[in-house]
Write a protein that binds this ligand. Structure first.
Ligand code: GLV
Ligand code: MG
Length: 341
């Protein structure tokens, strides 16, 4: 896996039968990447049931795992993967970051023991393509040594200012790249943003409506804005340019399901294919948000039917359709097909 990834020409990672070199990317639903703490025995005992409810199970070895549980988390993950038939559910792990004392053992032990059952390694705090090159080579060596049959893919977390700055080079770094997730908590810290939240908005980040000319003293509306709009957009562009899958990351306020849904929906509309679920209550939200709306699918099918060869211009319900809206419709119809399969 030495070469870099080449730009994708008019390619959606959802396209079934996509051209090489992207065919290697799995065309699977990954609406929620569900985080589990593998050092927790009670969670491990319920993993089979949990796995049947989600698209991806991720054993988290990094942040949120106490220092004295790092080894247990790794061992617990290996045991959990070994003992469980995950069926079609994706099996991922988030390893520790590359400058930590645990990461080498994370990668070597996991690939040696369960490399053939592991789909994706999520790499935190990626700062540039050099991080991906290192993990790429290490995986290539370990896969060869242990006879791993299919390449383990890499998913980068975009969560440092330097990483955002290098996002395109990270996307291009290796054909092993699966996608990227926004990591709003670490990114906020890295950028010096003044928030203690994990994703979501902030009550003070917004735009004040103009004063009314005829009533300048009247209360003015304040419209809260999406703090993550710029970064999600930048990440989506870099991912799609190289045939990767973009994801929104975590939403930390488990008590505010409506705000979680709003954040996930913004990401979905901007092009993301899924988000992390850190709490069971977020699983259904992700499933709902990242599956296309039935009315939208119906309309998209009408566009495709009205333009069988995808060219020309037609009117549907007073709305102009042409080659570009046909492509938009195809994104929605392709996603609906994967959800239905
Ligand atoms: C996720 O890892 C984040 O920092 O938001
Ligand atoms: Mg983080």
């Amino acid at each position: 896996m030495a070469s870099t990834r080449t730009p994708a020409k008019h390619f959606s990672p959802l396209a079934i039968g996509a051209p090489e070199p992207y065919r290697a990317l799995p065309v699977t639903l990954e609406r929620m990447i569900h985080f589990v703490p593998p050092h927790n025995e009670k969670i491990r005992a319920k993993i089979k049931e949990l796995a049947s409810q989600v698209d991806v199970v991720l054993g988290n070895l990094e942040d949120a795992v106490p220092l004295d549980q790092k080894e247990n988390a790794r061992k617990g993950f290996i045991q959990m993967v070994r003992d469980t038939d995950f069926g079609s559910t994706g099996v991922w792990t988030r390893i520790n970051c590359l400058n930590s004392p645990w990461v080498l053992d994370d990668v070597t032990e996991i690939v040696a023991n369960v490399g053939n059952k592991l789909d994706v390694i999520m790499l935190p705090k990626v700062e540039g393509p050099w991080d991906i090159h290192y993990l790429d080579q290490l995986l290539a060596q370990l896969e060869a040594k242990h006879g791993v049959k299919k390449p383990i893919l890499i998913h980068a977390i975009l969560e440092t200012a330097e990483g955002v700055n290098n996002v395109e080079a990270i996307a291009a770094a290796s054909p092993r790249m699966h996608g990227m997730s926004l990591g709003p908590a670490d990114l906020a810290a890295s950028r010096g943003m003044k928030t203690t939240r994990v994703g979501g908005g902030h009550p003070d980040y917004g735009v004040l409506a103009d004063a009314q000319k005829d009533n300048p003293g009247a209360a003015r509306a304040f419209y809260q804005q999406d703090l993550w709009h710029y970064t999600v957009g930048k990440m989506v562009d870099a991912c799609l340019a190289y045939g990767l899958k973009p994801f929104y990351g975590p939403f930390g306020d488990f008590s505010d399901l409506a705000a979680c849904e709003a954040q996930f929906r913004n990401a979905f509309l901007q092009g993301c294919l899924g988000a992390w679920s850190l709490h069971p209550s977020q699983i259904e939200i992700a499933k709902r948000v990242f599956s296309p709306d039935t009315a939208e699918v119906k309309f998209a099918k009408r566009i495709i039917d009205a333009m069988p060869d995808g060219t020309g211009a037609v009117m549907l319900d007073g709305k102009m359709q042409d080659d570009a809206t046909w492509k938009q419709a195809k994104v929605i119809v392709d996603l609906a097909k994967i959800v239905a399969s």
